[in-house]
Design a protein around this ligand. Sequence first.
Ligand code: COA
Length: 177
Amino acid sequence: MPEQPLLVTDRLHLRPFALSDAAHVQALAGERAIAETTLLIPPPYGDGVAETWIATHQPQFRDGRLVNYAITLRPDGHLIGAVGLVIVRVHDRAELGYWIGTRWWNRGFATEAARAIIRYGFDDLGLHRIEAEHFARNPASGRVMLKCGMRYEGRSLQAVKKWGIYEDIDRYGLIHP
Ligand SMILES: CC(C)(COP(=O)(O)OP(=O)(O)OC[C@H]1O[C@@H](n2cnc3c(N)ncnc32)[C@H](O)[C@@H]1OP(=O)(O)O)[C@@H](O)C(=O)NCCC(=O)NCCS
């Protein structure tokens, strides 16, 4: 597997995370608004969580199971979020996920980053299908998926338990064009 390439868009550089990003990740992903609409981000986001998370990226990339990118602003390289694909190679399929620090919401950054990683997934990783899902109460994420060309595939009722409450999940998919 070749090295994880940099992805460049109009306003963003997507690059692999480094351990030196950990404090910044902790500050951004540690905001409760991020944990509220994601499944795997814990509140509180304790010391060491970011380091552990970042350390999994390269081994899993080499195994072909994961590609995660730090979303950074051009030209100064300021870290504002994360975007990734969890790959199921046997099906040439991946699940897209992302978060953006709250102060950069609603400026199109998640969409711009997601479009870039989708292109990379299809063109370079040879994926056939990319899918994504969000809590039904998180329509902003659904907008990102639609703006990336994904198709709404339906709602799974009470499919996950989040903080003790069963929640509906909206699902989207995109087939290699
Ligand atoms: C979801 C998230 C990644 C969106 O990031 P972002 O950079 O603000 O996304 P974009 O600016 O590209 O697009 C957001 C869209 O949602 C829309 N939106 C925002 N709040 C909304 C709401 N309450 N209802 C409906 N649409 C909403 C925006 O208007 C925009 O759509 P538009 O371009 O058609 O106007 C960000 O809110 C986030 O990190 N949330 C917490 C983590 C999370 O939920 N991750 C996704 C898990 S599935």
